[in-house]
Design a protein around this ligand. Structure first.
Ligand code: ARG
Length: 360
């Protein structure tokens, strides 16, 4: 008998049944059922209700996420009956279409079969849509953060295109089979060309970013059960793109170019050229997404929403855990209330966790 699993399951069921006001009798019956299942098979299966609630609460418990106000509006797609790589690919395509929703992004999670001793599904991509990074003699082309994964794809037979924004293929692994590689159809990938509301030269940089961040390499843990393939998405906060992906020196590193084009002296720190370039890049990101009707949130609004989340949780008698170092936005952090608060970075389950990369 797996007592650790039973303990985790019991904890989860008790919190869930209490939170949604189920009776003690219902709880007792369910715990009996679960005990039987664990005894007979070594694991148990969640009901659809438990799965939905578990995925939502896992978001609510995500200490690094500033967007948690909307935890209860997560759309949960149950795909636990799928097994083959092709079935999983099609479900991922459906996720993309449903979540993207022509720009009115829907927070969504698709949940594939849980891991058991003889079954494990992994999506090797970090996000369903991500740009390739190539190491060449003339330096890196594309997203430097994707170099290792891009090499894996090339070894699996993917053809390099050597562009700055090549969308990587899906890499899906079932059990210990060789992973299968699938190209994503163009019409499923919404992208936003980045332009600036005042600087006309900005579009000459030919920058763009994809609309929907769909994290696909984390696992979802509910009541002792682990879903190793459970890709989920919200919408972007502008700074993720404008202050990190396009700005970090170890990512697209565009601040020097933007600073120069703005006519700033990028040799002198005291001109604050980095700050000015950051500000205009972030203005451009928010402006472009808004103009194209693609959901995005600025960091001031996101912080206000997080404040509301904190208040709502308090009203419901729950304490908010958080990771301050991640919650503060990378632009104007001290202009948000988060900067001036303390958060306990305690890990509460259900939650989403990093898992070892299946390659490397
Ligand atoms: N920071 C990641 C990126 O830039 C995305 C993480 C999830 N973000 C979100 N808004 N749900 O791609």
């Amino acid at each position: 008998m797996n007592n650790d699993l039973l303990k985790e399951a019991t904890e989860f069921i008790c919190t869930f049944y209490k939170e949604v006001n189920k009776t003690a009798q219902e709880q007792e019956n369910r715990l009996y059922e679960i005990t039987q299942q664990i005894q007979n098979h070594g694991f148990y299966e969640h009901t659809l209700e438990e799965l939905e609630y578990g995925a939502k609460v896992a978001w609510r418990n995500s200490n690094r996420c500033i967007g948690r106000l909307f935890w209860n509006h997560l759309n949960v797609i149950d795909q636990r009956h799928l097994h083959t790589e092709e079935e999983i690919r099609d479900a991922l395509f459906e996720h993309m279409e449903y979540a993207t929703n022509s720009g009115r992004i829907r927070p969504t999670i698709t949940i594939f079969p849980q891991a058991t001793p003889n079954k494990k599904i992994r999506i090797w991509n970090h996000q369903l849509v991500r740009y390739a990074g190539y190491k060449t003699e003339q330096g890196v082309i594309g997203d430097p953060g994707s170099i290792a994964f891009t090499e894996i794809c090339l070894n699996l037979g993917w053809e390099p295109k050597y562009g700055k924004f090549d969308v990587l293929p899906l890499v899906i692994q079932v059990n210990n089979h060789t992973p299968h590689l699938f190209e994503i159809p163009k019409h499923l990938i919404l992208e936003v060309p980045i332009r600036h509301p005042q600087y006309e030269w900005f579009e000459d940089l030919q920058l763009k970013w994809y609309a929907v961040p769909m994290i696909s390499d984390m696992c979802l843990e509910i009541g002792g059960i682990t879903y190793t393939a459970a890709p989920f998405n919200g919408w972007y906060m502008g700074t993720e793109i404008g202050a990190r992906n396009l700005a970090d020196e170890f990512q697209y590193n565009l601040l020097p170019q933007i600073g120069s084009l703005m006519g700033l002296d990028i040799k002198s720190n005291i001109t604050l050229w980095k700050d000015r370039a950051l500000l205009e890049l972030n203005t451009a990101v928010l402006h472009s997404f808004k103009e194209d009707g693609v959901s995005i949130v600025d960091h001031h609004t996101a912080a206000q929403q997080f404040k509301l989340f904190e208040e709502k949780e308090m009203e419901n008698g729950r304490s908010v855990t958080g990771d301050w170092t991640w919650l503060i936005p990378p632009l104007a952090p001290a202009a948000t209330h988060i900067f001036h608060n303390h958060y306990h970075n305690e890990i509460v389950k259900p939650n989403y966790f990093y898992q070892l990369k299946p390659y490397e």
